[in-house]
Design a protein around this ligand. Structure first.
Ligand code: FAD
Ligand code: 2HG
Ligand code: ZN
Length: 488
């Protein structure tokens, strides 16, 4: 249902632009329509706003002054990092001001003893990984968008990614952060302590808040030592039940060095090979419904390779894996990851895509893909399933040429209701953004959503921060219906 602009928000006037230019200089205020186009549109080209001004502050103090001004004037603001989000959270719906963190890109410190990095929120993930890599450490998260996404965006979406299985979620690795509230108050919780039990852990509220509670300006994050031995295998598996046996065996055999366990179906593979140039099929002579990417990260090259080889031999002897290959060098490793990380890019090249990012018990996961395929039979779509199997996170994607309401009505609310019936989550890692602002009730209780609304009002009483996102506009979620139905 299309939303209507909330008329209680003010519109940007020339006096506002003058104020911003005085604060940020001409280069910090973007009003040129070509430059604005990229900031108004999301990565998929699915969501597009109509903002007439974007701001590029260079310091926390500037962010504070911008927000204080916007709050006093009741101008709505959308925080934007790398703009790689997949739920339309980083772009305006109407004329909200875009506040981009691109120029907040200083690395503040790195402690080589603890591995703690402190940096501004606009630092790009891949660049941070390069920086800490120079000290023998790695960032605790990795994702296909690493070349563009920013650490502030990662924290604000609580991004999961390819190695959550090994390094855990940002709720554990972020040690502190600095954020600016809607009224300009700077909340400094930028600690570097592993342990701190003094009161409520406020930083956790900003992790995954998708820019609705404050603008994150700096982050302190714990980086693990960079593994010196990384091995990646690519395996062909006949069915989804068998994938689960392979996963259990991988955990038993590879233990603490297991760092990723990803799956993709045949349809994902074919679509990626068709639409993405430069990707290679690691097992060109084997066709099977499922493929796995299994990675180990450790410190003993020969020993870790032996472990991976032993694991592969065992699962092949069991008949669970029909064919498999272990990357022999960094080029082959990059090729396997290039295929897995390239699925989203290939889907983008293929046309329009409906994305569902779901958490649910692993044994049930693929039935949803199959049922969705059946429901959509006869429609011009390709249904693909892949994701972070080790984390119970399915990426169900429905690819088609153009967005089409008729296709959508076959998918929703079916996918959400199916997930809710299994007590799953309608957002495992991408967030709710604008796509699912009215869907939280499928996963969270009405009491929890009410409490979130109260928290939002404490942090942002005028509701200027990322409106129309995350929480339902009028307090009623589509999922409430489901919750009521379950209770009845
Ligand atoms: P943006 O897209 O700019 O913003 C995302 C949200 O955070 C918005 O709501 C925005 O308002 C808010 N925000 C951004 N910066 C700030 C800030 N400083 N303060 C407050 N709010 C802020 N996600 C995963 O979890 N796992 C994956 O494996 C993964 N792979 C991806 C692969 C590809 C190819 C792509 C395109 C995306 C992928 N994503 C993945 C989604 C996306 O990259 C992540 O959500 C990422 O963390 C977003 O970072 P960003 O800097 O681009 O944020
Ligand atoms: C991934 O795991 C990302 O590749 C993107 O989370 C998933 O595009 C998607 O649906
Ligand atoms: Zn993912």
């Amino acid at each position: 249902m299309p939303l209507i602009r909330d008329p209680s928000y003010a519109r940007v006037e020339s006096s506002d632009i003058d104020y911003f230019r005085g604060l940020l200089g001409d280069t910090g205020v973007i009003t040129d329509s070509t430059a604005l186009q990229a900031l108004n549109q999301d990565w998929m080209g699915k969501y597009e706003g109509k903002s007439t001004v974007a701001l590029r502050p260079k310091s926390t103090e500037q962010v504070s002054k911008i927000l204080a001004h916007c709050n006093a004037r009741r101008l709505a603001v959308v925080p934007q990092g790398g703009n790689t989000g997949l739920v339309g959270g980083s772009v305006p719906l109407f004329d909200e001001i875009v506040l981009t963190t691109t120029n907040l890109n200083r690395i503040i410190s790195f402690d080589e003893v603890s591995g703690t990095l402190v940096c501004e929120s606009g630092c790009i993930l891949e660049e941070l990984d390069r920086h800490v890599g120079g000290h023998g450490f790695t960032m605790p998260l990795d994702l296909g968008a690493k070349g563009s996404c920013q650490i502030g965006g990662n924290v604000s979406t609580n991004a999961g990614g390819l190695r959550l299985l090994r390094y855990g979620s940002l709720h554990g690795t972020v040690l502190g952060l600095e954020a600016v509230l809607a009224d300009g108050t700077i909340v400094d919780t930028l600690q570097t302590l592993r342990k701190d039990n003094t009161g409520y852990d406020l930083k956790q509220l900003f992790i995954g808040a998708e820019g609705t509670l404050g603008v994150v300006t700096a982050v302190s994050i714990l980086c693990p030592p960079r593994p010196s031995a990384v091995h990646v295998s690519y395996l062909a598996v006949p069915d989804f039940a068998t994938i689960q046996k392979v996963f259990v065996r991988a955990r038993q055999k590879l233990g603490e060095i297991l760092s990723a366990f990803e799956f993709l179906d045949q349809q994902s593979l074919e679509l990626t090979l068709e639409h993405l140039e430069g990707v290679r099929n690691p097992l060109p002579d084997t066709q099977t419904p499922f493929y796995l990417v299994v990675e180990t990260s450790g410190s003993n090259e020969a020993h870790d390779y032996e472990k991976m080889e032993g694991f592969l031999e065992e699962v092949m002897e069991e008949g669970w894996v029909l064919d498999g290959t272990i990357a022999q060098d960094s080029t082959q490793t990059a090729a396997i990851w290039g295929l897995r990380e390239g699925i989203s890019v290939a889907l983008k090249h293929a046309g329009a895509v409906y994305k569902y990012d779901l958490s649910m018990p692993v044994p049930e996961m693929y039935s949803l893909v199959e049922e969705t395929r059946q429901r959509l039979a006869g429609l011009p779509v390709e249904v693909v399933g892949y994701g972070h199997l080790g984390d119970g996170n399915l990426h169900l994607n429905i690819s088609t040429k153009h967005y089409d309401e008729n296709i959508l009505k076959h998918i929703e609310p079916f996918v959400y209701e199916w997930t809710a019936a299994r007590r799953g989550s309608v957002s495992a890692e991408h967030g709710l953004g604008q796509m699912k602002a009215d869907c939280i009730g499928y996963t969270k209780s009405q009491e929890a959503v009410k409490l979130m609304g109260q928290i939002k009002r404490v942090f942002d009483p005028n509701g200027i921060l990322n409106p129309y996102k995350v929480l339902p506009q009028d307090g009623a979620s589509r999922g409430d219906h489901h919750a009521n139905a379950m209770a009845a």
